[in-house]
Design a protein around this ligand. Sequence first.
Ligand code: SF4
Ligand code: SF4
Length: 490
Amino acid sequence: MNEIDEIYQDAEEYRDHLATVDKKGKRVWLYPKKPSGWFYSARNLASVVMLALLFGMPFIKVNGEPLLLFNILERKFIIFSIVFTPQDLHLFALAMVTFMVFIVLFTVVFGRLFCGWVCPQTIFMEMVFRKIEYWIDGDASQQRKLAAAPWTSGKIIKRASKYAIFYTIALLIANTFLSYIIGVEAVEKIATDPIGQHLGGFMAMLIFAGIFFFVFAYMREQVCVVVCPYGRLQSVLLVPDSIVVHYDYVRGEPRGRIQKMPLAVGHLPLADQQPIANSQSPAANPGDCIDCKLCVQVCPTGIDIRNGTQLECVNCTACMDACDGVMEKVNRPKGLIRYDSDKGIREGKRKIFTARVWAYSAVLAVLIAVQVFLFATRSEVETVILRTPGQLFQRVDDTHLSNLYNYEVINKTGKDIDGIEFRLRPGDGRIKLVGEHATNVPKQGLLKGVFFVEMPENQLDGRKTKIFIEVWSKGKKVDEATTNFLGPVK
Ligand code: SF4
Ligand code: SF4
């Protein structure tokens, strides 16, 4: 191996291992330093909004329906208070494809921006659980000391109170999570009724709370680094034009301890105007990175962003804040670590609307248009009429034949639909309902039954004749179904 290969291998060495796993394969527990700065404050604000939405939405009702509900058990789905049933599966499938294309497009343009600002895992970990940890255990160095300290009563109290608070919040998250599945009223019943009445629900609540506790007390950054499929996708989606948290290696290298640059009068307090280090002259180290490693110390995934874009980076902006603080102190421009693209850093050229972005946008626009069309033409009542299996036609009299049908009328609305009746189109046929039959379809429910269709034999096309059955309610046509009438071969 020649010298250049060795240097290259050295520079790429960080790719061969995870920052959170040591040489023996053991987990390296991270103690990230508490971040502070403009981006952290902005993320604080964003996370308050996100948390308020997450916890508040199950309680918001429009026309008596929750904003969101994904009741897989009862196959009932509500999005923005619009009820979707299994009959709308095609809409769901298309929505999933549309969402995937949107994610691809968003990631190509903005990288993992979602992870840092919106992802519930990052918000809960960094803005809720981590803050409680700082509050109880102190900042990174105190946490390290506490972890290494013997089990004194003080340490036991700290650990017990931290994990008790963690579990309480995990329980709250589990209840909220369940509210999105079974509805807030059902969760309230599980929480307030005697346990025996909802043993299954109670167990689900405890299991979910246990999972969330495990994720935030133990798994932590491993969820983003190892488990999250979106994180894995970065390697195939990111392009040199993607905007991500980036270290400006053009400006920062060669790194090294430098003398502080002269300050503008009144720019910083006098106490801060001490050189950070002066082991080498500024001429020998023209790069702006003073190798203080603060950006590494604050990183919740334990990486060094100066090595380049890495899968582990959740774009949390902590390193940007840390470095901006350092740059301010050494009187250099902020933004040595910033949102930028690799091309932006290397060539000073930033381009969002690349050919790839246009192509993805076009596909997304088509998918959205189809989705909007399907949604706009979606009926609120869905009727399924099928000939009863195993039945042939029967002769009613000299002129008429009959077929037996099973029908289902599905009401997707939030209101009961009364006075359901069926009308045959066209012509001279007739419908005869069998046995007792209800005419009311409860909200989000269905009406099932059986009827005969009697058709004049001379109006049949042969073995199969297409017939149309209209569904009416109180003088208004609400749906129409098509089926076949079986007759003798002509
Ligand atoms: S915080 Fe900034 S100056 Fe310090 S090591 Fe990181 S990039 Fe270099
Ligand atoms: S490298 Fe920076 S933005 Fe990425 S996870 Fe670490 S601190 Fe957050």
